[in-house]
Design a protein around this ligand. Structure first.
Ligand code: WTA
Length: 630
């Protein structure tokens, strides 16, 4: 990116930004992150920011706190009647919770959970869409020092059971169902099926009534009845050490198995609060909306913990941002006079392309800052967001981070740094990043390589902080975390992300490895081999599967079995956009499947020389399939 393509932050924004001073950050890593004292109200101050400069990295040692206190109790004096949550259902209904309302509900549910036998350090699984009750349940768990394990509501019964088994979780909070794109989805049935598939005993299930279809079996309790029964009961927040677990969450790994990621109370919460303040620029006076589902890390960090720790009003919604009306996203911004909007490039692209989804008919003048996350944002989408949504008055922060990092690590500071459309920006103050080659050696500006984070940060997952060997974070003697993203850095230290190296896909907000999907397909009887690719579409990624059956398999019945197996593994919302049965897959001479070639065929791009293939004849065969199926 040329220097003259950069855009300075609008003056009106600069003048009010939370962070306008760089001097504060010209210090060392530990000094940067010492701001945890500023954003949180510790019961007991920490003795040191970081215990050591080699693993295990413990953050804020000696510090004591409770996340539910940080997000609720400490706000009561100043803003008990300010809104914590404004929620909109898919049917158009709205619900508002003040900080006092949320405090009361969290206390009642915490009291109920304690009486059901939930003890400190017991893992409680939450299986719900974005409902205020999900937020209350998370904070109730935090209050008890019981780590929560949120499982995305769209995942299947098997996926839920596997995550509960791995977490040895004996208590589940779910709902009767919810609305998504006009369908009423029966969540309780899935939860009951998971219960039967578990390898360990589950004690209690608490069920939130969303559809008005509550039916309770043995050891199942109505959330609403518990709320009435425990109304007015308070529970003292359990005093947690900084390094105690706040929650765990599963994400896609490189091996095909879902990977557990554990986040700590002090390090994680400080990181998300500091970055919500510095990067998303939110204050307790703001109405802020992050469109992510709480079932993923973005929702944990920047729908729930970051904004509530800062005392903000957080907008939440059920369903999707383009249903029932294609411009629902802009109606929600307008109706709630949202100050800060944080969404994904995929969503922006889809609104950009459809006239009926245009923001032009809406008053978006309340907006002050725009953010994106999840994927690289291309310059034309960036321009459109900046101009049509932000009216050239709102900075755009393109924030790079991941489940394992807990919070944002790479982004411009919106009141200070020039923006370069297409590039996320420099690493945040307190973060040292580089682009390296496969051996971990730093590459000069302009050369493409792997993004590497060279110093630890407070929001790092415990697995990562604990081990040198975890993932691929050790190269030689130097501690280094390789997040699995390709990148290039320019002369100014701005980082442009180029995509994942492990063929990961993001489908409906869910990060899934292509290998994970392939594993499920090849586990089906009659399948010899499979390759899965993702193709970018508005709102989501289209998934194409290329399946080669064993000899004498009936292909049509195989199609149904493959679809059923995949739905079982990733949830009913997961579907293939295309399945192609082929006698063989394109492979290099060393036997590697050439997924890039499959992407080129599926998107009608030039694929150039196929001489590196062991079986070039298969290309013509696949092209014929592609023509007949689309
Ligand atoms: C990708 C979501 C480019 C990246 C917070 C990362 C991005 C993965 C950006 C993590 C961005 C996230 N620009 N790519 N601004 N933000 N990514 O764990 O590949 O669901 O490794 O966390 O999303 O996905 P995850």
């Amino acid at each position: 990116m040329e220097a003259d393509d950069s855009v300075e932050p609008p003056v009106s924004f600069r003048e009010q930004a939370n962070r306008v001073n760089r001097d504060l950050w010209s210090q060392g890593v530990d000094e940067q992150w010492d701001r945890a004292t500023e954003v949180l109200d510790w019961y007991q101050p920490y003795e040191s920011v970081r215990a050591s400069d080699h693993p295990p990295f413990d953050w804020y040692t000696g510090g004591r706190l409770n996340a539910s206190h940080e997000c609720l109790d400490r706000h009561l004096d100043a803003r008990k009647n300010r809104l914590a949550i404004r929620w909109e259902g898919e049917l158009g209904e709205t619900r508002s919770y003040t900080y006092l309302d949320l405090y009361r509900e969290v206390n009642a549910i915490a009291a109920a959970l304690r009486d059901l036998g939930v003890e400190t350090d017991d893992v409680v699984t939450l299986y719900m869409p974005v409902l205020p009750e999900l937020v209350a349940s998370m904070l109730a768990c935090a209050r008890l020092g019981a780590p929560h394990n949120v499982v995305f509501a769209g995942l299947s019964a098997d996926a839920l059971a596997a995550r509960m088994d791995r977490a040895d979780s004996a208590c589940l909070i779910t709902c009767d169902g919810y609305y998504r794109r006009g369908d009423a989805i029966n969540q309780k049935r899935r939860a009951d099926n998971a219960r039967m598939a578990l390898n360990h005993e589950i004690h209690d299930t608490v069920v939130v009534e969303r559809l008005g279809e509550l039916s309770l079996g043995e050891n199942q309790h109505s959330y609403g009845s518990l709320l009435t029964e425990y109304a007015g009961t308070t529970v003292d927040p359990v005093v947690r050490r900084s390094n105690d677990v706040l929650f765990q969450l599963y994400t896609s790994g490189t091996t095909g198995e879902p990977k557990r990621v554990t986040h700590t109370t002090g390090g994680y919460l400080s990181h998300v609060a500091v970055t919500a303040q510095d990067v998303l620029d939110i204050t307790s006076e703001d109405t802020y909306w992050c469109t992510a589902d709480i079932g993923w890390i973005t929702g944990h960090s920047y729908v729930v913990y970051g904004p509530l720790a800062l005392g903000t009003t957080a907008v939440m919604y059920e369903g999707t941002p383009d249903h029932p009306d294609p411009d629902r996203i802009w109606s929600i911004v307008e109706r709630n006079a949202v100050d800060v909007l944080y969404t994904t490039p995929t969503a922006i692209r889809s609104f950009m392309k459809r006239a009926a989804a245009s923001p032009d008919a809406h008053d978006l003048s309340s907006l002050r800052l725009l953010g994106t996350v999840g994927k690289p944002i291309d310059p034309s989408t960036w321009e459109w967001y900046y101009t049509h949504v932000g009216n050239e008055e709102c900075p755009v922060v393109d924030t790079w981070w991941q489940t394992e990092t807990g919070g944002i690590l790479v982004s411009t500071l919106p009141g200070i740094d020039a923006m370069k459309p297409g590039s996320a920006g420099p690493p945040l103050p307190g973060v040292e990043a580089a682009v390296v080659n496969d051996e971990g050696q730093e590459l000069p500006p302009g050369e493409r390589g792997l993004l590497a984070i060279r110093t630890p940060w407070p929001g790092m997952a415990r697995e990562l902080a604990a081990a040198i060997e975890w993932g691929r974070n050790a190269v030689g003697d130097e501690w280094l975390y390789l997040p699995g993203d390709e990148a290039v850095m320019d002369e100014d230290g701005y980082i442009t992300l180029l995509g994942r190296v492990d063929d990961g896909l993001t489908v409906d907000g869910q990060r899934i490895g292509t290998t994970e999907i392939e594993r499920v397909i090849v586990s089906v009887d009659g399948v010899a081999e499979a390759a899965v690719i993702g193709i970018d579409r508005p709102l989501t990624t289209a998934v194409h599967a290329y399946v080669s059956p064993t000899l004498r398999t009936d292909v049509e019945s195989l199609r149904d079995v493959v679809c059923a197996a995949v739905e079982n593994a990733f949830g009913p919302e997961f579907t293939f956009d295309q399945i192609v049965f082929t006698p063989d897959l394109p492979k290099t001479r060393s036997g590697k499947i050439m997924r890039r070639l499959l992407v080129s065929i599926a998107t009608d791009q030039e694929y150039g020389d196929t001489s590196a293939l062991r079986n070039p004849e298969i290309v013509g065969e696949l092209e014929r399939h592609d023509d007949s199926e689309t």
